[in-house]
Design a protein around this ligand. Structure first.
Ligand code: HEM
Length: 515
């Protein structure tokens, strides 16, 4: 009897060890990360650079291919830390399509927000093509520069009111700025969070985004149903989704009233084209009109809602993170800040007045563009990309990858890997001059810079987000000078954390007005 208890216990422990701590047998030939140390690092909230330097980069360095396996929210996954393999994966979506997150996350909080249906971020094949075709024109229309400029002036009013209470948390403010920009540009809804940082909708959105991506419920979705605070989060989510649904319904009603008959399709198409170029419509309007103008099909409310949520999540805190990191690196590199300011002054002049740059002027901000690229390298807002899977038996860097294996990329690690980039911890915008280090790496190695992804599944909102960054940064440089306070938590180095979306937590600055 005793012997059988011992045998059952030992077998149970072995079973748990074999299934939880060891990858499936068909990928055990690939180097593994030290899973316990990696996970305990994440749970102890270690910063991204510590995790990269201690666990993930060493794990990838075990093989020449620069790949390793680990268990995370996609289950056992092959993680790629190699630019040429990143290129191979991203340019072959037929061999490496996206994993089915809709099924995997069904019933979870993140699933209900991020992918209640197959939206543009997660769909594959024809379903994805149809959605991208509808959304593309909305994103390639003229950018709402005036809106970004107007919101920047609003932000400056808030900064000015806080100048006597230095330091100022720029990260918190810029999150309001990107949220208001997205709300207004996407569906003409004013979150009004710049003027009221404690607004109800802002609080709701922040709670959802912050708590939704906590690592443990991502791995064990059942926690969403058990833990009381997760149930409260669910309530917040329902309210947020209802608000978006109301906006969609109102917008449809408005459009139906303004174009009641289906026989007016030709007229609708020309209005749609005019709106695209004149930039007098929000993205939601363009998508609803696009859905009927492109192929005569209307997009269902469920699909629209699913896409709106994904645009929000993909586009709001990511850009806020990017802007905060730029501001940080300009604070700790005063000579780069000064050089960037000189460029802006050369193009926009130095009159003591806020000036919103034109699209042509933005194109001349070449040094600012280098700064943006370098900030996105040294601290990419998304630390990984959406997981793919091998749709057939294949190989990566000579290592066999069986059909069905989940594969993804370590964006953060690739951007910080000393085997790829020279002095990766140093902020050097000149890496991105034409023919410079970045171009050389692209030529020789593939995709070393993955901030916006690449290939047909690259970021649809890249131009939108880059325009936001260029407008706010150029206006900010004319108006203020800034530095890091002595007691900043980022004094030694930028501290970012996050499992999917990276965040500096806060970014307190001392700011001085130039006029
Ligand atoms: C700094 C800001 C941003 C960063 C760093 C970023 C990053 C990325 C990355 C890395 C991908 C590729 C993911 C993959 O291959 O799995 C992606 C895709 C995507 N992004 Fe962004 N993004 C940003 C801003 C935006 C904005 C403003 C929007 C929309 C308003 C947006 C919407 C999307 C969508 C819909 C996709 C999926 C495209 C597809 O698969 O066809 N992003 N983004």
């Amino acid at each position: 009897m005793r012997i059988s208890i011992v045998v059952v216990t030992v077998s149970g422990i072995y079973f748990l060890y074999d299934t939880l701590l060891k990858p499936p047998r068909n990928i055990r030939h690939i180097p593994q990360i030290d899973l316990i140390r990696f996970w305990s690092g994440l749970i102890r909230n270690q910063t991204l650079d510590v995790i990269a330097n201690k666990y993930t980069i060493p794990a990838a360095s075990q093989s020449n291919a620069g790949i390793y396996t680990r268990f995370d929210f996609n289950g056992w996954t092959v993680r790629v830390n190699n630019p040429s393999l990143a290129k191979k994966i991203l340019l072959r979506p037929d061999i490496f399509p996206k994993t089915n997150q809709v099924n995997r996350l069904e019933g979870t909080i993140i699933g209900r927000f991020l992918c209640p249906t197959q939206n543009i971020m997660f769909a594959n094949g024809q379903q994805w093509k149809d959605q991208r075709k509808i959304a593309n024109p909305a994103f390639s229309s003229t950018m709402p520069i005036e809106l970004f400029g107007r919101l920047s002036k609003k932000l400056f009013n808030v900064i000015d009111r806080q100048l006597d209470e230095q330091p100022i948390d720029f990260y918190d403010l810029v999150k309001c700025w990107t949220l208001d920009s997205m709300g207004l540009a996407m569906f003409d809804f004013d979150f009004n969070s710049i003027d009221n940082q404690h607004s109800e909708w802002r609080k709701r959105y922040n709670t959802i985004v912050t708590e939704m991506t906590e690592p443990l419920p991502l791995i064990f979705p059942v926690l969403d149903k058990i833990l009381p605070y997760r149930r409260r989060l669910n309530e917040e989510l329902i309210q947020f989704l209802n608000m978006l649904q109301d906006i969609i319904t109102q917008k449809r009603d408005q459009l139906n009233n303004s174009s009641p008959s289906s026989s007016q399709r030709q007229e609708e198409q020309s209005t749609y084209k005019k709106r695209q170029t004149n930039n007098n419509a929000d993205l939601l309007t363009l998508m609803i009109e696009g859905a009927s103008a492109v192929n005569g099909n209307k997009m269902s409310d469920k699909d629209l809602l699913s896409n709106l949520c994904v645009f929000f999540l993909a586009g709001s805190d990511t850009t806020a993170h990017a802007l905060s990191c730029i501001i940080y690196y300009l604070a700790v590199n005063q000579e780069i800040q000064q050089k960037a300011r000189q460029e802006v002054i050369l193009i926009l002049g130095d009159r003591p007045k806020d000036i919103v740059p034109s699209i042509g002027e933005l194109h001349h901000l070449t040094y600012i563009n280098l700064i943006i690229n370098e900030a996105l390298r040294i601290s990419p807002p998304l630390v990984t990309v959406v997981a793919r899977y091998a749709s057939q038996d294949t190989e990566l860097g000579g290592i066999f990858i069986p059909k069905g294996t989940c594969v993804t990329m370590d964006t953060y690690e690739m951007h910080k890997n000393p085997h790829i980039w020279r002095a990766p911890e140093s902020f050097i915008p000149e890496r991105f001059v034409p023919g410079g280090e970045a171009d050389q790496l692209i030529k020789k190695q593939g995709f070393p810079w993955l901030a916006y992804g690449h290939g047909e599944r690259g970021c649809i909102g890249m131009n939108f987000s880059l325009t936001e960054q260029r407008v706010l940064l150029s206006m900010l440089l004319r108006k203020y000078e800034w530095s890091l306070p002595e007691d900043s938590i980022h004094k030694e180095k930028l501290q970012t954390r996050g499992f999917i979306l990276s965040s500096p937590g806060s970014m307190f600055l001392n700011m001085i007005r130039r006029f």
